[in-house]
Design a protein around this ligand. Structure first.
Ligand SMILES: [Zn+2]
Length: 496
């Protein structure tokens, strides 16, 4: 009897191994090797413009603080001077003083337009870090074949390439097949309600539904998939939500010489601790599943085996993803306390303790789900949870088979040799979310490579990236008439 059972188990094991191996060897969907186009050189004036743009301090401080309007007017004047044809030939609408929408009329009115967007505001430089920069943060210094300064990546590094591309094409008397809108918000870093939201609202009122809306977000990486030995273009097809909650506890305080067993601070810190002990469930979203399936076949044997047999190895994969805080965030709704307030004096037990918990929720985890999870985890009615006004749920996911996504994949092949384009879910938020109701073709992508220093120290953009980005937008506009779907599925390049 025992022998029989052992025999059956052995047979089962052999079958299992066979299935795993067969799946692994069949998991070879070739990622096309395609040659990129030769990139045209750029003018010195383009680099000068980029440097000049950085020098103008269009800074968004906290939402409640006023912006330096003089700098924003200066930036407008700079744009008018640097891009005369754009301003002569494309009608400009101004929204809330400093956000701009340009319209470039296309030849074919039957084609739904494209919206190419970027934001002109930048985050401040923390005073404490200013002297840790290699150059003055707003100097726009050019050194080591890079342009340096706050905003050179995020997001003037998109604004200027877009305008260089358009100015260049206007100079050649080019007219796009379809209408192109250029949308430049001025308050993305403080939620974009005056800029992108107002512009998106205008589209809604006009009942214009763009085929493609492209904004910052994903980019090309040569660092994040070392096993693949090929650059990967992460095309953002959706973004996580942004939820902040205030947690507050009120409990009579008093003299610190006679503390009760529990104070407001105690209760709140326990609640925060409990929140950090467990995550909301692991979720495989459509973009991440597709990303894994695209890169999987190019991976070394062990990784390939795991990815080809996710039905069996998912627990192992999950553990691997959760080990790293970045990959963990791609598969979980995250929550973390970011502000804590209580107390006024060392000998007074405070009556009130409050904290802000910031959450980034996955598509499918709604604000209500997050609140329910928090309540369950904290399990203490004395902790009040209040949602902040700015909260937004995750964006809808742009279909991987949409014309918009395929278009951007196709452009990636053209500007980056041997690239592997993959869909991807953004962990941060962008202005494009305001267009959720306006278009089904929202893509978050810029053709930079592993951008450095945005929102931090030594923000810098290699001139080679700057040049590729101008080329990317130029091609996007030039090829706005073609459908691309057939082009994308062309056979792999034979000489590779
Ligand atoms: Zn940005």
């Amino acid at each position: 009897m025992v022998k029989k059972i052992l025999g059956a188990l052995l047979l089962l094991l052999i079958v299992l191994i066979a299935i795993v191996l067969i799946n692994t060897f069949r998991y070879t969907k070739e990622i096309p090797h395609r040659q990129a186009l030769e990139q045209p050189p750029i003018n010195d004036s383009a680099i000068r413009h980029m440097s000049e743009a950085v020098q103008i301090k269009t800074i968004s401080y906290a939402d409640s603080l006023p912006v330096d309007t003089a700098e924003y007017f200066k930036f407008r004047k700079f744009l008018e001077r640097a891009y005369p044809l754009v301003h002569q030939k494309l009608p400009r609408q101004i929204f809330n003083q400093f956000s701009y929408l340009f319209k470039w009329e296309g030849k074919d009115q039957n084609l739904a337009p494209y919206v190419i967007m970027a934001h002109t505001d930048v985050v401040p430089v923390e005073a404490a870090t200013a002297d840790r920069w290699s150059v003055a943060p707003f100097s726009g210094t050019i050194k080591d074949s890079m342009i340096w300064g706050r905003g050179v990546v995020d997001d003037k590094g998109c604004v200027i390439p877009i305008l260089e591309a358009v100015e260049g094409l206007l100079h050649q008397n080019f007219q796009p097949e379809r209408t192109i809108y250029l949308s430049f918000g001025h308050d993305e870093e403080i939620s974009g309600t005056r800029g992108a939201a107002a512009i998106a609202n205008w589209f809604k009122q006009q009942s214009i539904r763009p085929e493609l809306v492209i904004d910052e977000g994903g980019e090309i990486t040569t660092e994040n998939f070392p096993e693949l030995k090929r650059p990967v273009a992460a095309i953002g097809v959706g973004e996580k939500g942004y939820l902040s909650f205030q947690l507050s506890v009120e409990k009579t305080g008093g003299h610190s010489s006679m503390p009760e067993t529990e104070t407001a601070i105690d209760i709140l810190t326990k609640a925060l601790y409990k929140l950090r002990q467990k995550q909301m469930p692991f979720k495989m979203t459509v973009p991440m599943s597709e990303l894994l399936n695209r890169v999987g076949p190019g991976m070394p044997f062990t990784e390939r085996m795991a990815l080809a047999n996710q039905w069996l190895f998912m627990p192992v994969l999950k553990k691997e993803f959760e080990k790293n805080h970045v990959t963990n965030s791609l598969f979980h709704t995250t929550m973390v306390p970011t502000v804590f307030n209580s107390g006024i004096k060392d000998n007074v037990i405070p009556t009130i303790a409050t904290a802000i918990v910031n959450c980034r929720n996955l598509p499918g985890d709604t604000q209500a789900d997050v609140i329910a999870f928090m309540k369950k985890q904290i399990d203490d009615d004395r902790v009040k949870i209040t949602a902040e006004k700015i909260n937004v749920d995750a964006s809808p996911i742009t279909s991987i088979d949409s014309v918009a996504e395929k278009k951007v994949e196709d452009l990636c092949y053209q500007v980056m040799p041997d690239v592997v384009p993959v869909p991807y879910l953004l962990m941060g938020g962008t202005d494009s979310r305001h267009f959720d109701d306006v278009s089904n073709g929202i893509i978050r992508f810029a053709a930079s490579i592993d951008a450095k220093g945005y929102h931090g120290i030594d923000e810098r953009l290699p001139i080679s990236d700057f040049r590729r980005m101008i080329f990317f937008y130029t091609l996007l506009i030039k090829e706005s008439g073609s459908k691309t779907a057939e082009k994308v599925s062309v056979a792999p390049d034979s000489n590779k």
